[in-house]
Each structure stands twice: as structure tokens, then as C-alpha cells.
Design a protein around this ligand. Structure first.
Ligand code: ADP
Ligand code: MG
Length: 382
């Protein structure tokens, strides 16, 4: 990181701040229903190096900014920052500076270079890792009095209002608050969170990520359509959000919906909320190996009730389960992206081969498979 920074900006950075990508163990499409999510951080992180400037200019560069290599510096004056719809990757960085200023925090100009290990566009939240590493760098450099929760909200604001992507709060909260060996139980209504033990090593387990490398545009329109269906279902049931339907009263609630499709969508959200709490109960009971079947039940619900899976995701999940994975499910928005599988460490090589072979047999492009062990969020310079 340091040499490239000097090459670009002709001086050394003051420090480097890092924030990880994440996977959500369980709790998919619960965020916009005010429900629970349970993310854990990845070992891959985004790193933001920064040196303050005397003027009010931001100069930003990314090692991943130009496909095919070569780094271009994007320059903007702080006073000129305005949301203008998505123009490029640099908006994720400039947006954080914009959101800080909008909230009344004083920052000056800076040279910033990011370099990230988080796979981009795979549903592992490279965008939040990028925003959060920059937010940590700006907080430290300009001595801003902001909690990690406040930083997460500002990073989300950057993505929603500056970049123009309507995401929930999970990604930024996970990137800033997850700690090694834990998952983060987050209530997306109150933003209360707590750490839940998620120690796979002592149990002889690993969490694998199976990235299909498929990115379907369909995801965007389906996301909006599912979101709308959940709002309509909550209104027809007569609750503020689907989160307010207790699992014990699900039958009664679903009976109030007049279309089969709405019943399926609502059933996913309501049962998924119950699955999050059941996984938390098992993790707190030191029974991590037993969460596998609940993850798999989550996949079946996403596939059959929410209808957001894809042939590639189903092959990834099915081939992992067929070779001994304790549980597996698609993660993220669906129609592509990644799946996760909980496996015994001794089986991970076998599962990886099985998934790669199943993709080849189905005529799909090769997936990317790796082990995700929780990583730390560093809040001080490396
Ligand atoms: P995900 O967060 O699942 O990886 P998103 O579509 O939310 O996918 O975010 C991906 C976008 O974030 C990229 O298209 C790019 O604009 C930006 N991004 C993420 N990481 C980097 C990086 N290291 N350098 C430049 N841009 C990045
Ligand atoms: Mg993202």
C-alpha cells in the first residue's frame, strides 16, 4: 500500500485504516421488513490510506478502480460535492466525505488510496468495506467524535443518497462492528446489536463461500418487486412491518392475504425471522454444528417461497450438501452472487471439488470457492 501511495501522491500516507467484507449467516430479505440479520465479517478487507492536504481538495485512487490496471486519480473540491447519481467507483469514497459534511462534521482535503481484497459484486459487501475503511480514515485524520454506529449510518447515507443505491443498514454495521469469532445479531428496526459467539475453529468447522461469479441484472427489478410485495403483505395483514408477525400466528396472518404470491413472500420473511433467532439460540448454547439444517431451510425458503435463487446457486448448494456440508444457502440479493456452506474442516477440499465439478457438468463457468473465517475490524492505523 505504501509504495503505491507515494508513487501516486509524492508523499507518505499518515496511516491506513481497514474494514472487512461480510457474509450474512441467516436473515435474508428481513432487513427491509424491520427484522433481524446475523452477519459475520470476512478475512478480506478494504484498506484506505490517507494523508491530509492543506486545501479543500479530495484526491482519491483505487487499486481496483480501473479494470485492466493503472490507477487514475479522481479529484473533487469538498465544497463542490453533490449527489449526481452513480458516476463511478469514486462516488463511494466522495460520498462518505459528503455525508460527514452534511451531518455538520468538519473535514479538510485529503489524498486517499484504497486497496481491497473483498471480491467486488459477489454479494460480500465490497461497497460497505470501501465506505467504512474511508470513514474510519477520515474520522481518525480529522479527529471526529463519532461512534461506530454513527459512522455506519453516515456510510449508509453515502451509498443511499450520494451513490444512489437503496440498501439497508446491515452491510455498514457488519463491516464496522463485527469482531473475530462472533456474529452480529442486529435488529434493523432499533439498530440494537449484540455479539453472538461464532467460533468455528474449536468445533472443527469452516464456513465456505461459493461465489457463482454470475451477476444478474434481474436482481435490481426483482429486489424492488419483492420489497413492494412485503409492504403490501404487511398492510393487508395490518402490521407496520412483516417483522411484527409472530411465527406462532403466521397461519392466521397469511390467511388474510388474498394472493398466493403474497402468502409465499410473507411466509419467507416470517419464517426467516424465526430462523435467525433459532440460530442465535443454538450459537449461544454452544451448538454451532446444529445450525446447518436451519441454513438449508433458509435456502429452500428463498428458492421456493421468495423465488430469488438461480440454477447456479441451487447447484452450488445441492452439490455442497451432497458432499457432507452440514448446511448451505444462497446469500444476498439472489439470481447470482454467492452461497455459503458450513462444512467440517476435513471436508472442505472435498466440497470445493464437488462444487467445481458440478458447475462444469452443468455447463456453468467455474465458481470461486474460498473459506471465510471471521476477521477483525481495526479502528487504529496498521
Ligand atoms: P458488493 O458490495 O456486493 O461487492 P456492490 O454493487 O454493492 O457489490 O458494490 C460494488 C461496487 O463498489 C463496485 O462496482 C465499485 O463501484 C465499488 N467498489 C467496491 N470495492 C472497490 C474498490 N476496491 N475499488 C473501487 N471501487 C470499489
Ligand atoms: Mg454492496
Amino acid at each position: 500500500v505504501s509504495d503505491a501511495f507515494v508513487e501516486l501522491f509524492g508523499r507518505k500516507q499518515e496511516g491506513t485504516w481497514s474494514a472487512p467484507g461480510r457474509v450474512n449467516l441467516i436473515g435474508e430479505f428481513t432487513d427491509y421488513n424491520d427484522g433481524y440479520v446475523l452477519p459475520t465479517s470476512l478475512p478480506m478487507e478494504a484498506h484506505a490510506s490517507l494523508a491530509r492536504r492543506e486545501d479543500d481538495v479530495l484526491r482519491v485512487a483505487s487499486a481496483q478502480g480501473t479494470p485492466g490496471g493503472g490507477e487514475r486519480v479522481v479529484e473533487a473540491r469538498l465544497a463542490d460535492l453533490r449527489p449526481r447519481g452513480h458516476k463511478g467507483w469514486a462516488d463511494y469514497v466522495l460520498g462518505v466525505a459528503w455525508a460527514l459534511r452534511e451531518a455538520g462534521h468538519t473535514i479538510g482535503g485529503a489524498d486517499i488510496r484504497v486497496d481491497s481484497e473483498v471480491p467486488i459484486g459477489a454479494g460480500l459487501s465490497s461497497s460497505a468495506a470501501l465506505e467504512c475503511s474511508v470513514a474510519l480514515a477520515l474520522r481518525a485524520a480529522f479527529e471526529l467524535d463519532l461512534s461506530l454506529e454513527q459512522l455506519a449510518l453516515l456510510a449508509k447515507r453515502a451509498e443511499n443518497d450520494f451513490v444512489g443505491v437503496p440498501t439497508g443498514i446491515m452491510d455498514q454495521m457488519a463491516s464496522l462492528l463485527c469482531v473475530p469469532g462472533s456474529a452480529l445479531l442486529l435488529d434493523t428496526r432499533s439498530l440494537e446489536s449484540r455479539q453472538v459467539p461464532f467460533a468455528l475453529g474449536p468445533a472443527g468447522l469452516e464456513l465456505m463461500v461459493l461465489d457463482t461469479r454470475v451477476r444478474h441484472e434481474l436482481g435490481n427489478s426483482a429486489y424492488a418487486e419483492r420489497r413492494r410485495a412485503c409492504e403490501v403483505a404487511a398492510a393487508e395483514i395490518g402490521v407496520p412491518a412483516l417483522r411484527d408477525v409472530e411465527i406462532a400466528r403466521m397461519g392466521e396472518a397469511l390467511a388474510r392475504l388474498d394472493s398466493k404470491e403474497l402468502r409465499m413472500r410473507a411466509r419467507h420473511v416470517i419464517t426467516e425471522g424465526a430462523r435467525v433467532l433459532e440460530v442465535v439460540r443454538l450459537l449461544e448454547d454452544d451448538s454451532v454444528a446444529e445450525i446447518g439444517p436451519i441454513l438449508t431451510a433458509g435456502h429452500i425458503s428463498l428458492r421456493d417461497d421468495f423465488e430469488v435463487s438461480s440454477p447456479e446457486l441451487d447447484v452450488a448448494v445441492d452439490s455442497a450438501l451432497a458432499t457432507g456440508a452440514l448446511g448451505a444457502r444462497m446469500v444476498g440479493g439472489g439470481f447470482g452472487g454467492s452461497a455459503i456452506a458450513l462444512v467440517r474442516s476435513s471436508d472442505s477440499g472435498l466440497v470445493e471439488r464437488a462444487v467445481v465439478e458440478a458447475f462444469a457438468a452443468a455447463g456453468f463457468a467455474p465458481p470461486r470457492v474460498f473459506v471465510a473465517a471471521p476477521a477483525a475490524t481495526k479502528t487504529s492505523p496498521d
